[in-house]
Design a protein around this ligand. Structure first.
Ligand code: DP6
Length: 322
């Protein structure tokens, strides 16, 4: 029996991924760019069990839901097909972030699973291949293979749609958890509905492709101000496209909007901070590391506030034969 354990961290996108052009291969409608965090890790162990009749998945020590298990089994099927193996596996995963609270735990989850499963099934994959594999589990997981800032190329096909590192200015992220609860509409469902019903979806996809080019240039130039401006406008464009769905979806609550207001106040006082939010009510603020403590102080009344920095890409911790 082979056992492998891997660890991965979530990432927060500065240019968001919202929409797929191929659901089967999980190819995104546009590229995206993110920062992998140094907090909220997922640690996953995959143990092959040749005598087991089916895969088993535990999350945080308890049996996962049928839906979660089905996603993991489908992912393991892809790995088994590549490895030419029929062995089932026991997957044990621990998240340091609350699942579903918009802290992208599906990103760290599938990035850790990709690395652990590839090692357990003895696949010889490089970092780009692992990023492509993680993509098949959850789009945002593609980027958690990369340390720090990573760009996920939309690509032309399966082979060219992966993430790689990009240089950029140093930044801290201030995570403002205004509501730790589970989100009501999953990203996957929200994306489908936006693509199918939002009149702004084509504009969102076009503008994101352009924002990504501009963001890449701003990152390479180390231009924190431009990085921040593009981050905030890209997030608001995504939420505008989402809110225009039928039936509408609103991930941002009044408490979230209040954080965007507070960030604007900071800028009026010449503290450069910019806000973004994923498919949930929580807000993530970027700032230069030297300003992070002042930004966190200013936002303290809005919820639980935590300062995080750039973290490592998904990596293997141990492998064992028994
Ligand atoms: C708003 O990667 O969770 O966080 O690919 O369907 O699993 P699936 O979706 P997921 O969506 C992430 C959406 C986002 C933006 C981002 O991380 O780029």
């Amino acid at each position: 029996m082979t056992t492998a354990t891997a660890r991965a961290h979530p990432n927060i996108a500065l240019v968001k991924y919202w929409g797929k052009r191929d659901e089967q291969l999980m190819l995104p409608a546009a590229g995206s760019l993110s920062l992998t965090l140094d907090a909220y890790a997922t640690t996953t162990t995959v143990s092959l069990d040749a005598s087991a009749a089916e895969d088993r998945f535990t999350l945080g020590g308890t049996t996962a839901t049928a839906g979660q298990t089905e996603q993991v089994v489908r992912f393991l099927d892809l790995v088994r097909a590549r490895a030419d193996s029929s062995a089932h596996a026991v997957v044990d995963s621990h998240n340091e972030a609350p699942t579903g609270a918009g802290l992208a735990s599906s990103a760290s989850g599938f990035a850790a699973l990709a690395v652990a499963a590839a090692a357990a099934y003895d696949l010889d994959l490089d970092r780009a291949d692992l990023s492509r594999l993680a993509r098949r589990g959850s789009g945002s997981a593609t980027r958690s293979l990369v340390a720090g800032l990573g760009i996920w190329h939309a690509g032309d096909d399966d082979a060219s749609s992966f993430a790689e590192p990009i240089e950029g200015p140093e930044m801290s992220m201030i995570i403002v958890t205004v509501d730790p609860g589970q989100k009501k509409v999953s990203s996957r469902e929200g994306m489908r509905r936006t693509a199918a019903t939002s009149p702004y979806y084509p504009g969102w996809v076009d503008s994101t492709a352009r924002s990504l080019e501009e963001m890449s240039a701003a990152c390479r130039a180390g231009d924190f101000t431009r990085v921040g401006e593009i981050t905030e406008s890209n997030a608001l464009r995504m939420h505008a496209a989402i809110e225009a769905c039928e039936p509408p979806i609103r991930y941002l609550r009044s408490a979230s909007v209040a954080v965007f207001d507070a960030v604007e106040q900071l800028r009026a006082r010449s503290i450069e901070a910019y806000a973004t939010a994923d498919a949930g009510p929580n807000v993530v603020v970027i700032a230069r590391p030297a300003d992070a403590a002042a930004v966190a102080d200013h936002l303290a009344g809005h919820g639980d506030v935590r300062i995080v920095g750039a973290g490592p890409g998904a990596h293997l911790i141990t492998t064992e034969e028994s």
